[in-house]
Design a protein. Sequence first.
Length: 401
Amino acid sequence: MSSSILHPTASLKPHREESLLGGHLWIFSGALQQPPHWIEPGGLVDVKSSTGQFVARGYYNPRTDIAIRILTHDLEEAIDAEFMRRRIRSAVELRQVFDPTRTNTYRLIHSEGDGLPGLVVDRFAEILVAQIHTAGMQRLRPLLSDALVEETGVRGLLLRNDSQSRRREGLEIEGPEVAAGDVSAQVLVRENGVQFLVDPWQGQKTGFFLDQRDKREALRKYARGKRVLDCFSYTGGFSVYAALSSGETRVTSVDISAPAIEAARQQFALNGLDPDRHQFLIANVFDYLEQARSNGEQFDVVVLDPPAFAKTQIARTQALKAYRRLNMLGMQVLRPGGILLTCSCSGVIGMDDLLGALSQAAQRLQRPVQLLETYTHGVDHPINLAMPETAYLKAVFCRVG
Ligand code: SAH
């Protein structure tokens, strides 16, 4: 069997192989009995149990708490161009659930969830935008471009290696770079039949937040003919859906980013909506809500989709307070019987935490809350069942009395 060992080996402490055999893809440095020798950060490594059995193959980084991320549990599977194509083909097959005449934008590769740790690829019509988050995936980059373009038939691939998380891995923050074909300044996409212009070069993350697609669709029915407040609107994802639900609906979009708010206006026009019948505000949501509360403003529907308040376990307590405060403020501008959509994209905050913050807010304000619908990610953000800790998005629709 050892004849198929292909790379430097790392050995685990006793019994540390169990979660890996269950499909988990991370090995923390504390689980290693013997780290691999003579290996560059991000280099490939074969992992053995304490009794010397092959367990998995992955890549190693001595700088990070997660020392090894697993790419395969199959001794015979080499990490080569064919491996990359198999993983990408499998990801492409899952996304065939989307009818391209209605939805031609989705996450194509969701890192661990698609068996490619450290890689995120979003599809915007005929363009792919990729982000490499780890040293190991960076080393596999030569295998990526051809496989991604050929397996999807897209016109261009843009690399957006500007995530701050790269520093932890010892990687540089890079500017956007065309890795294949050509990539225009803006891309027109369809999501559930709604049109959006995406800026893959300068937009936040890859240009558009695809993980809210199903929640945006769910919002439509609550928004018909209503006054809707979209907090942290970015380029108006929720706002456009709401405004399209009925000619009577009036939407206020609030975001701290001026370019995002400008883009939101454009999305309205693009979808045949008159932006002048709606409000677009560049503001800090917390300040805006306090002001709106003092002015006695009341909305029928409030959307709260803030950025991640906590990126680490240490920041959790502070983040829970921030969620509570935000949800209180949201409820205070919501008329009795109004609908609140509250979201959290902090990985360290669970659904129970979000519901806890929500119920504390409700208790303090003495407002009864009826839970209506709960959501996580869309189907294009699959979560490896063995790694529930990689799930990050929670969204709750409720009615606040
Ligand atoms: N709901 C959006 C995505 C929101 S992402 C969609 O469906 O596309 C989070 C947004 O919050 C970003 O656009 C960011 O600019 C904005 N933001 C971050 N902090 C903010 C603050 N304090 N006040 C207002 N907007 C903020």
